[in-house]
Design a protein around this ligand. Structure first.
Ligand code: EPZ
Length: 434
């Protein structure tokens, strides 16, 4: 299947307000394949702008956020061709302008990831300021401060970041806060800068390492990705490459939690166990037997009820904030009392209100939720508010009495490929209804 994105206009159609109808009770059994990682695909697609010839990216997940990033590149005149099996070919040579408009940025904050590559490769960029979102204000001040330190002339007015630079200079940066896309933006900008850039207090997420490996496959000189100190020696140009993105560790963790909640036994294939050690440790604490191979994870709950587990989110290698909502759902039906503390984002308990409507016994005090596990949740209509919150509501529906209707699941389609088909494969009763 070849089709070309040329200035496509996503969002020009009405968003279908689909729902997921889930009937609880099935014990999940079987095998499921992890898709490519959303949070590696997005920076890598943006990083393709740095190349002086075409780049092919494989194992790309079919997600709304990926479609939005492809549309953003196409809107700038970049030729993007989607081949069979979601291999995406990006040819930045045809780019016509360097502007990321509000209508695209507002649907996907990760659009900010084109800022560093555009500035470093073409010397200019105009990117709409991403607004806040349901889970927090999510400023990009550290992205801007780092680029200014590298010599960029940046103004922020009427909701746009306007940046110019003849050539960025390598500098020694110390990030005040560990920021994943901030680290990625600055790492990409540094690949074509004049001299060596050091990023201290860098994010260590596996997706940052995947991006660094992609950049190095184009001829970049990035060292230390995965540690909190990354060193990038600027080069004069980057060539095309053919690169497959890593598996999605959050999708993997979401399916493992679903199996633990339903007392089931599943194997996730084509994944990377080393990328979610913190999650596997907590699943073992909850009573699951977890076995791993090079590219697979098998969880067996042996028909038992999970034990409550305390969670405190932190940057990698700590417990990932993107798995917090899923463990909140699991603790809601676990045996015991647990506390979950969200340390990364200021408002990431939106799923709690919906879980409470299903009967969950949760009390929130500041950044901490105290959860008293109960035997059974009750199926009621619930509403998704953000990507991972919607995943936690699907998990709750898998164990609730009756049919749960999860509304506004366009949130979930942003980050989970064919979620109902994958759960159906594992024996769940779940279908998409309009
Ligand atoms: C990335 O978001 C992920 N998104 C998020 O995944 C993930 O939750 C988050 O990292 C944390 O792991 C992508 O990779 C596309 P941050 P990002 O910058 O980079 C503050 C999902 O569900 N901060 O690491 O935007 C910020 O407010 C999504 O897949 C500043 O103050 O997160 C937050 O409190 C949700 N100034 C903290 O840092 C800045 O300039 C960490 O945010 C940047 C960040």
């Amino acid at each position: 299947m070849h089709f070309r994105f040329r200035h496509s206009r996503p969002g020009s159609g009405r968003i279908r307000v689909d729902k997921l109808a889930i009937t609880g009770g099935a014990r999940l059994e079987g095998e499921v394949r992890a898709s490519g990682a959303k949070n590696a695909t997005l920076p890598i697609l943006a990083g393709a702008l740095l190349a002086d010839s075409s780049v092919t990216i494989g194992n790309v997940p079919h997600l709304n956020d990926v479609t939005t990033m492809i549309a953003l590149l196409a809107r700038m005149g970049v030729e993007v061709t989607v081949h069979d099996g979601m291999r995406v070919e990006v040819n930045p040579g045809s780019i016509q302008h360097y502007r990321a408009p509000y209508e695209l940025v507002k649907t996907m904050r990760a659009s900010i990831l084109v800022l560093g590559p555009l500035l470093s490769r073409f010397g200019e960029a105009e990117v709409s300021l991403p607004g806040g979102c349901a889970i927090g204000a999510r400023p990009v001040d550290l992205h801007v401060a780092g680029l200014r330190a590298m010599g960029a002339d940046i103004t922020i007015e009427d909701g746009f970041i306007r940046a110019r630079a003849d050539r960025l200079n390598g500098v020694h940066l110390v990030l005040d806060i560990v920021t994943v896309t901030g680290t990625e933006n600055l790492m990409m900008a540094a690949t074509l800068a004049d001299g060596v850039t050091v990023i201290e207090n860098a994010a260590r997420e596996p997706e940052v390492v995947d991006l660094a490996d992609f950049l190095n496959s184009m001829g970049a000189m990035v060292r230390g990705a995965g540690t909190n100190r990354i060193e990038i020696e600027g080069v004069s140009s980057l060539s095309g490459t053919d690169y497959d993105v890593m598996p999605d560790r959050i999708e993997t963790g979401t399916f493992l939690v679903a199996a633990a909640m339903t007392g089931g036994r599943i194997r996730v294939k084509r994944t990377r166990p080393s990328a979610i050690e913190a999650v596997l440790a907590k699943l073992r604490d909850a009573g699951a037997s977890v076995d791993t191979g090079d590219d697979w994870i098998e969880l067996d709950m042996s028909c038992s009820r999970p034990r409550s587990v305390d969670i405190s989110t932190a940057p990698y290698p700590g417990f990932p904030t993107d798995m917090q909502a899923q463990f909140t759902a699991m603790n809601s039906i676990a045996d015991g009392v647990a506390t979950i503390t969200e340390n990364v984002f200021e408002n990431r308990f939106m799923h709690v209100h919906e879980l409470q409507r299903m009967g969950a016994k949760i009390k929130i005090a500041g950044h901490t939720a105290v959860i008293q596990g109960i035997d059974r949740l009750t199926a009621v209509p619930v509403m998704a508010t953000d990507l991972r919150a919607s995943a936690s509501l699907v998990l709750a529906g898998l164990v609730a009495d009756g049919e749960t209707l999860v509304d506004r699941i366009y949130h979930i389609d942003r980050g989970y490929e064919c979620i109902e088909e994958k759960f159906q494969l594992l024996g769940a009763t779940i279908k998409r209804v309009v």
